[in-house]
Write a protein that binds this ligand. Structure first.
Ligand code: 1GP
Length: 245
């Protein structure tokens, strides 16, 4: 799907079709998850993490590409997480924070490499929302998440991201969040911008996924829960694909 992941997300959104993105942490990658993901009709593999310690980032992407036709999108925790073997990369600007390195610094470092790759580059507004615990993303990025009850701040941030020309908004409660992003916040953001909205962090069940879709998420991201119990993948995918909006 080179050159077409954003288009796929946007056109699915226009057809009110919700997408399921399975987040793969290369540190914990078990190739047997590929078959389960394929069978469940997973739409996108996201690969990355705030911190990767075992050096398996590249081999994880190669394995996913070799064994599956599901598009692989890098979800980078830093500028080292780039691989030409993926289909695309979320070029994340951490717009909920005020750390210049996460807003533009890492992008400058990665730009020359990305320029010479065939990766589809998707400029995305990454917004950390308080998920009831200090997330790795907030800690590693030295930024404060938006308080979970402050939908007005989230909305203003997402609007600014759209005005700056970003192509997608990612509402992130943080991996392993106790509380996922609230329906109220997703609704406020989705209603007032025309960009696709990805939602992730702390989504652990088909019911959680359904709730995010009903509030307006275009892409629902699940990591931890699927890692711990791969049998959840099929029920979560089903809930997302059958979500009525
Ligand atoms: C984290 O949004 C993703 O970046 C997924 O979070 O691991 O809690 O599903 P979980």
């Amino acid at each position: 799907m080179r050159g077409g992941i954003l288009k796929y997300i946007t056109s699915s959104g226009e057809r009110k079709k919700k997408l399921f993105a399975l987040l793969i942490d290369p540190d914990k990658f078990d190739p047997s998850i590929i078959r389960v993901a394929e069978k469940a009709g997973t739409d996108i593999f996201l690969v990355g993490g705030s911190l990767i310690t075992n050096g398996n980032f590249e081999s994880c992407i190669v394995s996913l590409k070799k064994k599956s036709r599901i598009p692989v999108l890098i979800f980078p925790g830093n500028s080292m997480q780039v691989s030409k073997h993926a289909d695309g990369i979320l070029f994340l600007s951490l717009i909920s924070g005020r750390n210049p390195d996460m807003l533009i610094g890492n992008h400058v470092l990665a730009a020359p490499v990305l320029k010479h790759s065939d990766l589809e580059i998707i400029p995305a507004g990454y917004m950390l929302i308080d998920g009831g615990t200090v997330s790795s993303a907030a800690y590693m990025s030295h930024t404060l998440p938006i308080p979970s009850g402050k939908s007005d701040i989230a909305l203003a941030t997402a609007m600014a991201g759209e005005m700056l020309g970003l192509k997608l908004i990612y509402l992130e409660a943080g991996s392993g969040a106790k509380i996922p992003v609230s329906s109220e916040m997703i609704k406020a953001v989705k209603k007032n911008i025309s960009l696709p909205v990805m939602v992730g962090g702390g989504i652990r069940s088909a019911a959680d996924a359904r709730k995010a879709c009903a509030a307006g998420a275009d892409v629902v991201v699940v990591g931890n829960a699927a890692e711990k119990d791969p049998s959840l993948i099929s029920s979560i995918a089903k809930a997302i694909h059958s979500a009525i909006v």
